[in-house]
Each structure stands twice: as C-alpha cells, then as structure tokens.
Design a protein around this ligand. Structure first.
Ligand SMILES: Nc1ncnc2c1ncn2[C@@H]1O[C@H](COP(=O)(O)OP(=O)(O)O)[C@@H](O)[C@H]1O
Ligand SMILES: [Mg+2]
Length: 449
C-alpha cells in the first residue's frame, strides 16, 4: 500500500473508529511497516468485540505475536478458519504448547494445503530433550571405536557456522533467485501440496558459473530462506588417501544431515569428487562417485527434508552420471552480475564502510563490465587500503572517495571473461542435451556470441 492510500485509510478510520474491516486494514498496514506499537494503540481504542470479526482477529493476533505476547494473541483467536488455526499454532508454539499447536497446524493445512509451513511444523513436532549434567569429577569415559567417523571429525568436515543470510544479501541474479524460489524453496516448504498434485520434488540442484559470482552465497541464502541447517562441505576435506575412508566420511555426512533435518547439504566444487585422480589409487575416485550417487539416490526416495545443492566452476569436469533424473537434474547457470546487479553489489559494499556521499555508484557499475562479485569486493577493498593509508598519514578518518576507487580500477582486473571464453567453446562444441543453452543465451545477450 502506498503512503497516499494509507493516509486516506487512516483519515477514514478517524471518522468511523469502530468499523472493524477498516481497522483491520489499517492495523495490517502498520504491521507491514513494522509499526506494532501504533497497531496496538489502535486495537486498544477499539470499542467492539475483536474476536467477532475474523479479519480483525487475525491482524490483532499477528500484532500481539509480533510483540511477543502470545497469550493475548491466543485470546483473539476464537474462530476456526484455516488462517486462524495457523496463527493459533504459532501462538501455542510460543507458549511451548507444542502438541495442541501441532493439532491446530494440521487442521489449518488440511483445510488449506497452501498454508503448509515446514519450518513451523518442524518446530511444533520437535521434542524437548534435557541432558543430565556431566559428572566432572568422575573418571573419563574411554571409548575405542572404529565403526564410524567421530563427531569431531564431522565438525571439521563441515565448514564453520556462518551468519544466516537470505536472498536480500545477494545483489542482482533475479532470474536465478526466482527459479530457486519456485523449484526449490516452495516444494521444500510445502511438500504436501506438491504431493497432492503428484509433482515430483527432491533431487539436487547444481549451480555452475564463473568463480566469484555468488554460487556459494546463493546456496547459503537458500538454506536461510528455507530456515534450514546449512552444511557446507568441502570435497577436498572428504577425500582421504586410505581406501574406503572417503566413502565412509561421505556416508557419515549424509547421515548427519538426515539427523539435523531440515537441512541443506551443500557440496562446493563438486567436480573434485571425480577429479584429482593422480593423487589416488586406481578406481578410488570412481568408487567415491558411485558412493555419492547412491547416497543421493537413497535420499531422492525418502521425503526427508534434506536438500542437496552443489556448485562448480567447471561443469564440463562433472561426471555426466550426476545429471540423471533424481540426481542433479536441475542445473542452473549463475551468470556474472549485469550492470544493475553490479550497482547493487557495490552499493552494499560501500554502505558498510565509511565512504563519501558523492561516489557515483552507477558510473562505477558501468565501468566494471566483466567483474565478478568477488572482483567488485576486491576493488572496494583496494580502495579501502588506500583510504586507511591516508587516514593514518593524516591522522583523521578519510572516507573512501571517487579518487580511491578510480585508482583501484587501474589495479583490479575482471576475471569472468576467461571463464566465459572457455564455456563458449564447450557450449558450441559439446552442448549435449542443451546443457549450456543458458550460457549461449547470456553470451548472445551481451554481444559476445
Ligand atoms: N551477487 C552477489 N551479491 C553480493 N556479493 C556477491 C555476489 N556475487 C559475489 N559476491 C561476493 O563475492 C564473494 C564470492 O562469492 P561466492 O558466492 O563465494 O562465489 P562462487 O561460489 O560463485 O565462486 C562473496 O563472498 C561476496 O562477497
Ligand atoms: Mg564458491
């Protein structure tokens, strides 16, 4: 709702303060603007019975929930429309009344399958486990085991936990984000709805494109959007020189993800699974590939809330067996950022650092054709070095200026062109099944075909 119509609605409400439908509209708009206090004030002033009007009851409950007052939210939720049941489930969860909450959730989804919300369902079904405190003075338990990769080992394989991010943290890439939302996040959040339409979910997604253009970032953001645990696996760490060891680690990783569901299991630089043959005994790597594929096939059958993503800079080095149905049957090209995306990325990078207001981000975006997101970061960091040097020299903070950026432009070179040249050759001469059509489209659109 734009500001103009919002103001009109507010004026109308002043004339008829006891119109429940109008009040619901205005309170909802305040909520969308994160003005919960104002919404509460209006609700307090209402003379009638909030529960008697379904829409008003809904926004009132949302308001109370947003300020953490689940009791008050529950008190408004007297109806039994699916939307009300869903809010009731949320309020009951906040009150730790999970079993009742799950019942309300099930009623809501039964009546309206589009309300399915996996993150909510998982929280409602979660068991609360309390561990007895450790006996610090007693003898240490000594366990000798050779049957499984131990916990510490797994923790090492999974990269350190990073801040949760969502799609807003990624500049540009609108098409890729839209596809991921439609093909990955929705089926993941609403598996019941997809089942009703006999639409197959599951299988993995392979992201490919030039280095530094946001594949890893997208995988992290996808996990963030799904509210799932994110496991970022580096293949190099899985590889082990001892026969059978790599396969065992891989199996343990899939198991760990299953236990932590909902989870996103992300294999970065997945081509390494089949590669690096020279470092290994004969056949070891192909065994690892088949272990990986059979783990994936096992996952494709069960509806187990684990999403498998992989990324590579060298899609042509990835075993063709990976692309069979039920495996990585969806392959997405993550292109270098276009001018608008570069502007967005540069804007974010500069906004988080002291910088002059007169910096012409649009011009900078124009001058950085062929730069990856990582190149743009490098550019800003080079300018930052300069600004820090000057600040120290002048003994007062010098913000990043056009000068600094212009100098940095002379030092930092774009890195995506080389990748695109190689990719163009594969796309022209080895484009089996049209797998590189997206690259060809991209090149054509940018006059490099
Ligand atoms: N679209 C983007 N928006 C914001 N930052 C980006 C984007 N693409 C790349 N970056 C920056 O470049 C870095 C490298 O990106 P990354 O996702 O690791 O690339 P890839 O996995 O494709 O090699 C990121 O940490 C981020 O700082
Ligand atoms: Mg990466």
């Amino acid at each position: 709702m734009d500001d103009g119509s919002f103001d009109q609605l507010k004026d109308a409400l002043k004339l008829t303060p006891d119109n429940p439908a109008l009040l619901a509209l205005v309170v909802g708009a305040h909520l969308d603007r994160e003005e919960a206090d104002e919404a509460l004030r209006l609700l307090d002033g209402f003379g009638g019975d909030i529960g008697a009007h379904a829409e008003l009851a809904r926004v009132a409950a949302r308001t109370h929930l947003s300020v953490g007052d689940a009791e008050a939210a529950l008190a408004c939720l007297t109806g039994d429309t699916p939307e009300i049941q869903l809010l009731r489930a949320k309020a009951l969860l906040a009150l730790e009344r999970r079993r009742e909450g799950y019942e309300a959730y099930q009623k809501a989804v039964e009546a309206n399958p589009t309300l399915e919300d996996m993150a909510l369902a998982t929280s409602l079904r979660a068991k609360v486990v309390e561990f007895a405190s450790h006996n610090r003075t007693g003898p240490k338990l000594k366990v000798i085991s050779n049957d499984d990769t131990d916990v510490a080992d797994l923790d090492r394989l999974v990269e350190p936990r990073q801040a949760v991010i969502d799609f807003d943290a990624i500049g540009g890439l609108h098409d890729v984000k839209r596809t991921i939302h439609k093909k990955i996040i929705l089926p993941y959040q609403k598996p019941g709805l997809f089942q009703r339409f006999k639409k197959r979910a599951g299988g993995g997604i392979l992201l490919y494109g030039p280095p530094g253009c946001g594949k890893t970032l997208l995988a992290r953001a996808t996990a963030g959007e799904c509210k799932a645990e994110f496991f970022n696996i580096s293949i190099a760490d899985v590889l082990d020189m001892y026969i059978g060891e790599s396969e065992r680690k891989l199996h343990a990783l899939f198991e760990r993800a299953r236990e932590s569901a909902p989870a996103v299991l992300f294999f970065d630089e997945v081509e390494a699974l089949g590669g690096k043959r020279q470092n290994m005994r004969d056949n070891t790597s192909s065994k690892l590939v088949s272990q990986f594929l059979s783990e994936m096939d096992g996952f494709a059958q069960g509806n187990n809330n684990v999403l498998i993503l992989a990324a590579t800079n060298v899609p042509w080095a990835v075993d063709a067996a990976f692309r069979r149905p039920g495996r990585f049957d969806r392959v997405l090209f993550v292109p270098p950022p276009d001018q608008e995306a570069r502007k967005a990325i540069l804007g974010t990078l500069l906004a988080e650092r002291p910088s002059n207001e007169d910096i012409d981000v649009a011009l900078l975006a124009k001058k950085t054709s062929g730069f990856s997101g990582a190149d743009l970061r490098e550019l800003v960091e080079t300018a930052v070095d300069e600004a820090i040097d000057m600040s120290i020299e002048l003994e007062t903070e010098q913000a990043i200026s056009n000068e600094h950026l212009r100098a940095a432009l002379g030092d930092v070179k774009p890195t995506t062109l080389e990748w695109l040249t190689t990719a163009r050759n594969y796309a022209r001469y080895a484009n089996e099944g049209g797998q590189y059509n997206d690259v060809l489209d991209f090149l054509r659109r940018h006059g490099k075909g």
